[in-house]
Write a new protein. Structure first.
Length: 290
């Protein structure tokens, strides 16, 4: 992948997402109200929409095929990584909250869980929304496009650090948007900084999952889904609980790194840009002397 494509992806993603989010912010209404919910969703879908636009416009047929396989092929995930991707994050979050409660912290209100229990029909819709909003709307861009591009140029460590910074900065407008969890946490509060650390730790975890499962974007999608699902079900919780979650997430990320290492299965670059005209034909050769 050409560096210009990665640069365009990052630039266009920020412009696209921040433009729609800015409209919602200056509107002054909570993000759940109409039309702010539309602006919120469109802005959050920026990474995937921009990535897909570049893939469809610039990649040849083989590269597009490889891209979609990395997104949808479940056979790339090893059995251990299915468990790590779906269960590790929920376990970390529950343990972090449990430690806070055991040490005298407040018990969870679990309002969302109570609402879902009172209306079980809404559970599949809620789960689908959690799967699309964040995991699908972001990961085709962040991991499927940006991480793939970065690792063709830099080491996994450097790629992870750069991507985590980009991903974190991209989230900043949400701290100004009424009705978001980020807005409730507040700007420059302990929750603000803890979330920044969690973004780094999640990026490490996703890079490891990506590299050790045949460059699987699906693995990153599952990790993102499990994180968003648990946060949505259990917020609000205390700063101490969030600190415990961050600590346990660090233990998880660095333990997995210690066990597996940065490098996964060696694969050829899975993303290629079309370099020949679509109707290109090889020039005829004279083979009479052979």
């Amino acid at each position: 992948m050409k560096n210009s494509h990665a640069t365009r992806f990052i630039l266009f993603t920020f412009v696209f997402s921040w433009l729609f989010w800015s409209v919602a912010i200056f509107n002054g209404q909570p993000r759940t109200t109409f039309p702010n919910i539309i602006f919120f969703i469109l802005g959050g879908s920026g990474p995937t929409l921009i990535a897909l636009t570049i893939v469809l416009r610039s990649f040849d047929a083989d590269a597009r095929h490889d891209f979609w396989l990395r997104v949808i092929d479940p056979r790339r995930l090893r059995a251990a990584w299915w468990l790590l991707s779906l269960l590790a994050i929920p376990l970390v979050i529950v343990l972090g909250i449990a430690l806070d409660v055991l040490l005298g912290g407040p018990r969870l209100a679990i309002k969302k869980i109570k609402l879902l229990a009172a209306n079980p029909v809404s559970i599949p819709i809620f789960v689908l929304m959690m799967f699309i909003g964040g995991p699908i709307s972001e990961e085709l861009g962040w991991r499927g496009f940006a991480l793939e591009s970065f690792q063709q140029k830099w080491s996994p460590l450097r790629s992870t650090l750069i991507l985590s910074a980009i991903w974190w900065i991209w989230h900043l407008p949400l701290f100004f948007m009424r009705g978001t969890t980020h807005y409730d946490w507040g700007l420059f509060t302990p929750m603000f900084w803890l979330f920044m650390i969690q973004v780094l730790l999640l990026t490490i975890f996703m890079t490891l999952a990506y590299n050790h499962n045949g460059h699987s974007v699906l693995a990153a999608i599952l990790i993102h889904f499990s994180y968003n699902l648990m946060l949505s079900l259990l917020v609000p919780f205390s700063t101490v609980a969030f600190a415990f979650i961050t600590l346990l997430l660090a233990v998880l990320a660095f333990s997995v790194l210690k066990i597996f290492g940065w490098q996964g299965t060696k694969l050829p670059p899975l993303v290629r840009v079309e370099t020949k005209p679509r109707n290109w034909q090889p020039a005829p050769t004279d083979n009479q002397g052979e």
